[in-house]
Design a protein around this ligand. Sequence first.
Ligand SMILES: O=C(O)CCC(=O)C(=O)O
Ligand SMILES: [Fe+2]
Length: 327
Amino acid sequence: MADTDILPPLHATTLRLDDIQRAQVAAVAKELVETTREPLDSAKWLDAARAASTRLPGELLTALRSFRHDAGPDALLLIGNLPVGPALPPTPTEADSVERSPTTSAAVITLAMLQLGEVIAYRNEKGGALVQNVVPVPGRERQQSNAGSVRLEMHSENAFHPDRPDYVGLLGVREDPSGAARLCTASIRRALPLLAQATRRVLSEERFMTEPPPSFGELGTVTPNHALLNGAAEDPDLVVDFAATHPLDEQAAAAMTELSEALSRTTVAHPLRAGDLAVVDNRLAVHGRTPFTPRYDGSDRWLHRVYACLDYRRSRPAREADGAVLR
Ligand SMILES: O=C(O)CCC(=O)C(=O)O
Ligand SMILES: [Fe+2]
């Protein structure tokens, strides 16, 4: 029997750094943090980080470059054994927590995402910070946002937004001590074969609308009707948020239910341990999270999140002063 016969099915492109590569990443991050005394969100820090990102280990650069070329059937890249230390403060508990000054973990995720595209943020989301914290927030347990701890429905990131990110990077800083929280991802490349032709056709028509979150009020007053599948019929892009997208007629509702079932059947889940970076191709995959019970004692699950886009010029009208923050 060949070795491959006894391996579990490989979901996602994975690269686990060895300890030498981990030390190389740590050295690049340390130098960036120590020599560039600028706020993380400043153009100067980003310039320094972009230059430093070319010095990441070759195998990591290759994995990022290949993923950019083709995100594979799972539209997910998993990198393991990245440095996030040395000493971590307690997990934040405040709402809209972000990283404003550079740390090892904030530098590491930014360096990796800068090799996928240009990092961006949204003015109305977490104050436009480039490195955001995904942590459970007291009182927000039931919210369909990353501050919640009930099940987070599968979604394309910022589905309603015309300039939504091409990639969402999520770096495990501290693992959920209960082990219950898992990032879930599902790719349309896996789900499409499960959908009937008639369903695919309905999903490709402008028979859906997606509500913006309340924080994006001004942009979101009018969101155009849209299709959930776009592009090549045999390999389409997917855009949907099962907490915010509404079908506009009965057939559209049935097609959306079928899509949800197909995505559920092809969902993969990842615990995101400290030092694990998951990059989701936001054009092909949706993501969500299993429920968990936070403790709010500083030991809770903690991720950093950074977005990247491939065409910076395309979003220029939405970026004031050519900065990284979109309206
Ligand atoms: O908590 C997670 O694993 C995912 C949260 C999420 O969807 C996000 O931060 O965009
Ligand atoms: Fe998300």
